[in-house]
Design a protein around this ligand. Structure first.
Ligand SMILES: NC(=O)c1ccc[n+]([C@@H]2O[C@H](COP(=O)([O-])OP(=O)(O)OC[C@H]3O[C@@H](n4cnc5c(N)ncnc54)[C@H](O)[C@@H]3O)[C@@H](O)[C@H]2O)c1
Length: 319
């Protein structure tokens, strides 16, 4: 059997440590969990704890905790979760400049040691951070992808399944656009075993469920009070890792660099993509109604505004 693929997770906080746990439990990957020297011992402690779960849970994955990028060398895939999460009352965009500095430095350190890896960015504000990461990395667009749509659609799926009293397994949901308030749920492409939810629910209920999905992150921030969601986000990351490293070619909503698709050029926005051994293997373009097009472009404009702020504050990146 071929050696296990190596996955590095940058940031050993709530999302990062849970991604590491879920990856270890898959038993397909060796995992490196990295955090900053200021918290020396924390990533090592969490990694050792995860390693010691192996005999009970039944996995042989090697999990290494570290503060040294040398341990990340030759990773097949790197997940970037480092950065500040939201506090109650904050939007994802409030995190922009602090997290941009972190993502820039992390990307430079990652690509110096793993020049052929895939990168999945999780840090918020997501679409702006993945755009920055791709620019700093110099990697081709198929190897740098943002996680947001899998999570946003999982939330939508949860609420649709609850509303109809059906299994989440039979619900698929389609979302487009940036991660956040401008996310665009597409009810006519959201189905229960192939039946569009527009056939099953009145318009006002669909509207309420769509709104709840778009505000799903804020709902959890308000409940937790000290941080943001991490169980569903980490599950969403692992679905993307599996699709790439196991060449499953799943079609998942991800932030991908658009170059003309959907009428957008040079911007990362959430769209359906085929994820396989080459990373983003295809961007799937669908016809949008006038109203959907407007919502999608509003969402893309919101991402562009953040890019403009970074362009001004970080001219050296050349965004
Ligand atoms: N894209 C999404 O859908 C999504 C979902 C959930 C969370 N997020 C984002 O993910 C990020 C992490 O969230 P969290 O809940 O894990 O936060 P957290 O505070 O629990 O963990 C963040 C970790 O990053 C570390 N870190 C900070 N600077 C670093 C650096 N330069 N190098 C390495 N590590 C560094 C911190 O020490 C901390 O351990 C946040 O920006 C959050 O908004 C995104």
């Amino acid at each position: 059997m071929a050696a296990r693929k190596k996955v590095t997770v940058i940031g050993a906080g709530n999302v990062g440590a849970t991604v590491a746990q879920r990856l270890a439990e898959r038993d397909f990957y060796d995992v490196v969990l990295l955090d900053i020297p200021q918290v020396e011992g924390m990533p090592q402690g969490k990694a050792l704890d995860l390693l010691e779960s192996g005999p009970v849970y039944g996995y042989d994955s090697l999990i290494t905790g570290t503060t040294s990028y040398d341990d990340t060398a030759d990773s097949d895939l790197v997940v970037i979760t480092s950065g500040l999460p939201r506090k109650p009352g904050m939007t994802r965009d409030d995190l922009l400049i602090t997290n941009a500095g972190i993502v820039k430095a992390v990307t430079e350190s990652v690509v110096a040691r793993s020049p052929n890896c895939f990168i999945i960015v999780v840090t918020n504000p997501l679409d702006a951070m993945v755009q920055l990461c791709q620019k700093v990395s110099g990697f081709p667009k198929n190897r740098v992808i943002g996680m947001a749509g899998v999570l946003d659609s999982a939330r939508y799926r949860t609420f649709i399944a609850q509303e109809l009293g059906v299994s989440v397994e039979d619900v698929s949901a389609f979302v487009l656009g940036g991660h956040g308030d401008t996310m665009v749920p597409l009810p006519r492409y959201s189905t229960v075993s192939g039946i569009p939810i527009t056939e099953l629910l009145p318009a006002e209920r669909i509207e309420a469920l769509s709104k709840r999905a778009a505000n799903g992150g804020a709902e959890i921030v308000a409940l937790l009070k000290t941080g943001s969601a991490f169980y569903a986000p980490s599950a969403s990351v692992v679905a993307m890792v599996d699709s790439i490293l196991r060449d499953k070619k799943r079609v998942l909503p991800c932030a991908a660099l658009l170059e003309g698709e959907y009428g957008v050029n040079g911007l990362y926005v959430g769209v359906p993509v085929k994820l396989g051994a080459e990373g983003v293997e295809q961007i799937i373009e669908i016809k949008l109604t006038g109203e959907e097009k407007t919502a999608f472009h509003n969402s893309a404009n919101a991402v562009q505004e953040l890019i403009n702020v970074m362009r001004e504050k970080m001219p050296e990146v050349g965004l």
